[in-house]
Design a protein around this ligand. Structure first.
Ligand SMILES: Nc1ncnc2c1ncn2[C@@H]1O[C@H](COP(=O)(O)OP(=O)(O)O)[C@@H](O)[C@H]1O
Ligand SMILES: [Mg+2]
Length: 256
């Protein structure tokens, strides 16, 4: 197998049960999923179907009950907490529905904080990288602004910059447009599409068919299992309307 064929992420027989509830809540029932290097994968499913749980368990934010997760061939579920934190900090990026920025720091410093933590000896390189990212995602002009002085779409693009500052191979996003109106949502989806075009693997959870239409492939979660998938190939702006129509049609057949 050459390096290019190496899957970015692979999970096998992944299960997750929450024992904190009575009775226990069995959320993931044996998920097998391979995410190719460079792929843009979307996870869909009804609310409560376990999308966030799946994302947290394949990204080392939570520990699965059973099964394996390989990141570029390396098993990560059995790593010690400190090793797993290091993997998350240096090889993965995360974008959530809310950006969780510190209100006492400006936009740029919020983005730089984890990059400095990941590479304390290399602050000037991190600063240069962040400058490039701010420009790439069109928020260069607001980098000195406080976080309440920018729009929701700009803030979410800033959180994408933060996620990319450490040059991760894979970016995980959980409902990144869930709190945005449709024009801001499309700004953020443009940014995530660019992230993927630049070579970063993206795994995104969304309940929005318009956002899902950006993906190379959409997988559908039901009762803790992946029950269907839909391949669309790489996004292009001129096919947007057709892809969105196809996505709505595919989802409506599932009663989504
Ligand atoms: N920490 C937890 N403890 C107990 N149950 C949980 C926990 N987190 C999620 N669940 C349950 O797991 C199921 C799936 O949740 P989640 O993954 O958040 O779904 P989705 O993201 O698809 O809306 C839900 O029934 C939820 O109540
Ligand atoms: Mg969720």
């Amino acid at each position: 197998m050459t390096n290019e064929d190496q899957a970015m992420l692979e999970c096998t027989s992944l299960t997750k049960t929450y024992y904190s509830t009575e009775p226990a809540t069995q959320v993931l029932n044996g998920i097998n999923l391979t995410v190719d290097t460079g792929e843009f994968l979307v996870v869909m499913g009804a609310s409560g179907s376990g999308k966030s749980t799946l994302l947290y368990n394949i990204s080392g934010m939570d520990r699965p009950t059973g099964g394996d997760v390989l990141l570029e061939g390396q098993e990560i579920t059995s790593l010690k907490d400190t090793e797993l934190s290091r993997v998350r900090l240096t090889r993965m990026g995360f974008v959530f529905q809310q950006p969780y920025f510190l209100s006492n720091l400006n936009v740029q410093d919020n983005i730089l904080l984890p990059a400095f933590k990941a590479a304390p000896k290399d602050k000037s390189a991190a600063t240069a990288r962040v400058d490039t990212l701010l420009e790439r995602f069109g928020i260069d002009h607001v980098k000195w602004h406080g976080i309440t002085q920018v729009s929701g779409g700009q803030l979410q693009r800033a959180s994408i910059c933060r996620a990319l500052a450490g040059q991760p191979g894979i970016l995980f996003a959980d409902e990144p447009t869930g709190a945005l109106n449709s024009s801001m949502s499309s700004e953020v989806m443009d940014a995530l599409t660019d992230v993927n075009t630049d070579g970063t693997t993206v795994v995104m959870v969304t309940h929005d068919p318009v956002c899902a239409a950006r993906a190379d492939r959409v997988v559908y979660l039901r009762d803790g299992l992946l029950v269907d998938s839909y391949e669309m190939g790489k996004w292009s702006d001129d096919k947007a309307a057709q892809r969105e129509d196809d996505m709505f049609a595919w989802l409506s057949k599932k009663g989504f």
